[in-house]
Design a protein around this ligand. Structure first.
Ligand code: CS2
Length: 488
């Protein structure tokens, strides 16, 4: 069978882009080209190119692995995007990606310095930035940050690459690009700005001032549930295009992208693909992190430990689904009211999305990187609940489930990997701690620097709820603890 590599080769029901890709130059470099980017920013950029044209095609970058480049480059960047909902499946071929650079810092830096590139977007995951989020500065312990500070002219990490590219552009009199963070971090643009300026200050203070004055870092909230592709994804792509497509992605029909409209060098007409432009993204970001991602993390740990492989299985379980609803209510109640958003309706829509029978989203996928996710998803909302005199128990349940997860064994005795960048620290913290004592485990994990806010860790209502729930999970098992909790 033919490999998907030109739009002319497509035979099937998949929709095609409304433009000729060869007529459009590149305007964007994207760092972190995984499935999420393809289902989200690439799809929206494709719609913008169809509606409004422009030289906005994307060079994708994988900082480490070759996998995506090996799949996409032989396909001239084309891939099939499969949207699966309860009502059916739709596919379209996306042509917004021009090429992919894999594990090649020199080529990445050259692309970032191209004067045609006016926007750099990023989805490198929470841990990928090398920013200490408590100090809001480059994390001196991060290996890439360390190496790049030693050799700032030959960088390979995110901060080092952005700073080196901005320096070269400045020296050559080329306008800087706009940096658009698309990771699930609160006020993600401002955080990345602090990281980039902090890094620049360590290597070239004048450059740091220039970046502060001239480079835009709009924040954005991104949302689309995108499981890792499987053989079923590739088989569906073949059915829809008549071609072999090794880079196909499947996702849900829903998509949200809320962006601060601050693009001094211009931007694609992303609104054509459904993006919403606002003056301040923070309330949207907080809503999504607290409600969607917070309940996701809770259900991922609770579900994984009780052998629920997919999110839809969790939602099909009467006990767990009650706890998801409870979590969503608790999360909504710590949020400020947003004009034009009904939080109860948002919660209902989220439950519907989690229930999507056509999406196989693994709880284990969401469970990874807990130390990077829980601060904004669980601990900050718990602090807000305390401040408002509300119960912290739903958040304590999520924290206890994560702590139980760090022990590396499910309720039915299967071992699992933690997949967390702080895994070694977690193991050290737990070494010598009794695996039978909730309080001891709670204290060991709460002591990881920068993880649980000190004020929360010191509050008796929080401490007691976490220890009690964790103790229940250790004594009676996770399932019985969840059942008792759902009955309260
Ligand atoms: C998930 C997110 O893996 C996770 O941690 O909570 O990737 C989630 O699916 C997306 O943020 C949805 O937009």
């Amino acid at each position: 069978m033919t490999r998907l590599s030109s739009l002319a080769a497509v035979q099937g029901e998949a929709l095609l882009p409304g433009y000729d890709p060869s007529q459009h130059g590149r305007g964007i470099v994207h760092l972190g080209i995984g499935a999420f980017h393809r289902a989200h920013q690439a799809a929206v950029t494709d719609a913008a190119l169809s509606a409004d044209g422009g030289n906005w095609r994307i060079t994708g970058v994988s900082l480490r692995s070759r996998e995506v480049a090996d799949a996409l480059n032989p396909q001239n960047g084309l891939f099939t995007l499969i949207e699966r909902g309860a009502a059916g499946t739709r596919a379209r071929v996306v042509a917004a990606i021009r090429d992919v650079i894999a594990a090649d810092p020199g080529a990445t830096l050259a692309a970032l310095c191209d004067p045609q590139v006016r926007i750099v977007t990023l989805t490198v995951t929470e841990k990928g930035y090398g920013i200490d989020r408590v100090r809001r500065s480059p994390d001196a312990d991060d290996p890439a940050v360390k190496a790049d500070l030693q050799a700032p002219d030959a960088p390979s990490g995110v901060l080092g690459l952005l700073v080196a590219a901005l320096r070269q552009r400045h020296a050559a009199g080329v306008e800087p690009f706009t940096v658009l963070c698309c990771d699930n971090l609160p006020e993600n643009g401002a955080l990345l700005r602090d990281g980039v300026i902090g890094f620049a200050r360590m290597v070239d203070p004048t450059l740091a001032d220039w970046i502060a004055d001239h480079v835009a870092f709009p924040s954005s909230m991104v949302d689309r549930i995108t499981p890792a592709a499987t053989d079923t994804t590739l088989a569906e792509a073949k059915r829809q295009t008549g071609c072999d497509d090794l880079a196909a992605v499947e996702t849900e029909p829903f998509l949200q992208w809320v962006i601060e409209d601050h693009f001094p060098q211009g931007r694609p007409a992303w609104e054509a693909g459904g993006a919403i432009f606002v003056a301040d993204v923070a309330p949207y970001e907080r809503m999504k992190l607290t409600m969607l991602n917070g309940s996701h993390s809770m259900l991922a740990y609770a579900g994984f430990l009780t052998s629920r492989r997919y999110v839809r299985d969790v939602m099909g379980d009467p006990v767990l689904s009650v706890l998801v609803s409870r979590h969503l209510r608790a999360a909504a109640s710590v949020l400020p009211a947003l004009p034009s958003i009904d939080l109860a309706a948002y919660a209902k829509a989220l439950e519907e999305r989690f229930r999507n029978p056509a999406i196989a989203h693994e709880t284990w996928q969401i469970a990874m990187d807990g130390t990077q996710k829980l601060p904004q998803r669980i601990f900050q909302p718990a602090l807000a609940a305390l401040g408002q005199g509300q119960s912290v128990r739903p958040f304590a349940l999520a924290a206890a489930a994560w702590m139980r997860f760090t022990l590396g064994r499910t309720d039915d005795g299967r071992d699992h990997a933690l997949r967390d960048p702080r895994e070694a620290e977690i193991r050290n913290a737990l070494a010598g701690v009794s695996r039978e004592t909730g309080e001891a485990i709670r204290d060991a994990l709460s002591g990881l620097p920068g993880l649980v806010p000190a004020e929360l860790a010191a509050t008796p209502a929080w401490r007691d709820a976490v220890a009690e729930l964790l103790q229940g999970m250790l004594d009676k098992g996770v399932a019985a603890t969840l059942q008792a909790e759902a009955a309260t």
